[in-house]
Design a protein around this ligand. Structure first.
Ligand code: SF4
Ligand code: SF4
Length: 431
């Protein structure tokens, strides 16, 4: 019986990209690599203009616990170091096409004799960050969790309706995923890991289960196919029937959740001795010629990714990065792939938010996974009442967008609640 959290909604799902084999994208002529691809302080630039860099070379050094190293995805000359519109330094590299790589240094010590601290230290070199969107550095999450948890959940639920990359990874790299899980179990000092897959990827979950020779230390479980079941708080709520208070974190329930791709990345980086230089991205939607899952060099423009996928269909009107529910429409020519880019969705007919009057149907409130009074917040947005919005918890919105999806009046509720949240945060910072 699949587990489910309270709230959420079954959403229209497209799995066009699922069946194709994961491809590697040919590196583009230039890449623009941001020094902030994680939640914390931007990395410190350690290269200079005109310098020759190799694939995997450190170009940005982590600055603090919530920062992460950044490495070059191509070999070539640093041709610009410029601020982007958010005031973050980006390093532009002209690819020389030789794909010259830095010398790899695989981790060769035995897992049996390595300590959790040694493994975390090793992982910190590779610049691995969470793939859920915020970009929380993986080594910091592991460090903060050491000795604090007794439940290890591996998130392969993939509830965003146009994303299939985790299912493709599960199908194509089961051995690497299992090896990554074993490393993480050693670090967390946990004897059992539970993998959770969404019902929509029953076949991939079943095949992975069959692949496991010894199921005593890894089990595979099903989650209801509804959105946003892939959010880690909703996963814990579904599995343990206990909701994490908004001001607490999963370790407060002695649980930790890592994405299946993080398990894969940990093994891949340690075994090859190479850092994160690519992102696995689902390119899907009815506006793209060839939907697929591809490994894209960091700093590639979204326009180059689209070109690699055969281009946009003539009547494609909108390109969304970051999930069709949570993401934002972008200009493909000035948006670049980062470590947190996991999907590009191309729409012929993007949903229009006409903004008719609220009819008080209550659907948005029923589906909100954070149980926020969304209709009231919509009203507070209209009158710009930030202090009431704070009392009514606008700041705990996770931006999932399911309220917008169900609203019969086509109100852009997610955008409105997020605007309130940002104003509340800004006010708190200025106090
Ligand atoms: S209010 Fe926020 S958390 Fe609730 S459904 Fe809307 S976007 Fe999701
Ligand atoms: S779903 Fe839309 S119309 Fe219904 S209560 Fe919420 S805001 Fe109002």
């Amino acid at each position: 019986m699949p587990v489910a959290f309270v709230g959420g909604k079954k959403v229209y799902r497209s799995l066009n990209s699922l069946d194709s084999k994961i491809k590697e994208m040919t590196p583009p002529e230039t890449v623009v690599i941001s020094l902030k691809q994680h939640i914390g302080t931007p990395a410190k630039c350690v290269v200079s203009l005109g310098e020759y860099v190799t694939v995997g070379q450190l170009i940005g050094e982590a600055d603090g616990d919530y920062s992460a190293n950044v490495h070059s995805s191509v070999s070539g000359i640093v041709c610009a170091i410029e601020l982007d519109e958010n005031g973050i330094y980006c390093i532009k590299i002209e690819n020389d096409g030789s794909n010259t790589a830095s010398d790899p240094t695989p981790y060769t010590a035995s897992l049996l004799t390595s300590t959790p601290e040694q493994l975390v230290e090793e992982i910190s070199k590779y610049g691995i960050v969470g793939r859920g969107g915020a970009g929380f550095p993986t080594h910091t999450k592991l460090k903060n969790t050491l000795g604090n948890v007794n439940k290890f959940l591996i998130n392969c639920v993939e509830s965003e309706p146009f994303m299939t990359k985790d299912a493709a990874l599960l199908r194509e790299y089961p051995a690497d995923i299992v090896s990554g899980i074993k490393i993480m179990m050693k670090i967390l000092q946990i004897k059992k890991a539970d993998v959770f897959v969404g019902e929509q990827m029953l076949e991939q979950g079943y095949n992975f289960l069959n692949y496991l020779k010894d199921r005593s230390f890894i089990d595979v479980n099903l989650c209801d196919d509804k959105y946003p079941q892939g959010d880690e708080r909703q996963l814990i709520a579904a599995v343990y029937k206990t909701e994490i208070p908004y001001d607490r974190l999963p370790p407060d329930t002695f649980s930790v959740v890592f994405n299946v791709e993080t398990c894969f990345q940990i093994y891949d980086c340690l075994s090859k001795g190479t850092p994160i230089t690519r992102s696995l991205i689902s390119v899907d939607g009815d506006g793209i010629e060839t939907p697929q899952n591809i490994l894209v060099p960091l700093g590639t423009s979204i326009a180059d990714v689209i070109k690699f996928c055969g281009g946009l269909k003539d009547n494609c009107k909108c390109v969304v990065v970051g999930g069709s529910m949570m993401g934002d429409a972008v200009n493909p020519f000035d948006t670049y792939v980062t470590k947190t880019t996991s999907s590009i969705t191309c729409f012929k007919n993007p949903p229009e938010h006409k903004g008719e009057d609220c009819i008080r149907c209550g659907r948005c409130e029923d589906v909100c996974p954070m149980h926020i009074p969304v209709p009231l917040l919509n009203r507070l947005w209209e009158i710009d009442d930030i202090s009431e919005a704070k009392i009514n918890m606008a700041h705990i919105c996770v931006g999932c967008g399911v309220c917008t999806y169900v609203c019969p009046s086509d109100l852009p509720l997610k955008d409105r609640v997020e605007e309130l949240r940002e104003k509340i945060i800004m006010e708190a910072e200025n106090e």
